[in-house]
Design a protein around this ligand. Sequence first.
Ligand SMILES: [Zn+2]
Length: 191
Amino acid sequence: MSEFCPICGHESVETRSGQFSFEPPENIPGGMIVIENAQWQECSECGEQILPPELLEALDKVRYQRLGLLAPDEIKAIRVRAGLNQTEIAQKLGIGEKTYTRWESGRSIQNRSSDTLIRLFDQNPELFERLDVQRNPQRREQIQNYFHQLCSGAMQQKPCAVAAHGDELSMSDQQQLTECLILLSNIIKVL
Ligand SMILES: [Zn+2]
């Protein structure tokens, strides 16, 4: 059963299956791309090929591999592994959110150095945290001050210092909380 060809108009489009060969553009090294067990539609009159999404994806995957770049689904997997949304990972990488979104959707291809950046982030997300603190030394200071105030407040048994529940705490709970805060503030100091 044939369908009409969108190019030549003949009723001669048929489903083909097997090995699909594709000659990629010159910027993709490695010559002909061959996908095994593929399925597509082809017009026997004019030769027009209509490729289903799965085959297009498989071809894309080979293209990214040959260029030595992460494919869109691999970029997405890295983001999901880090537990970040698109806005957050864009901030970490220091790029625009739209730029990042285009990489993940495959609408544009990241260059080599951006690809390296994403791979580095995947292998060492803590390093990016440390860079954030280096760039913004006030952040560490703010955290230290916050705990210091919380801590000295708790030691003087000021209810406001141990948040809204301070009044309802028993003496022993208050003591435990104070000890926890001192411990925390010491940890923060050495970080
Ligand atoms: Zn045709």
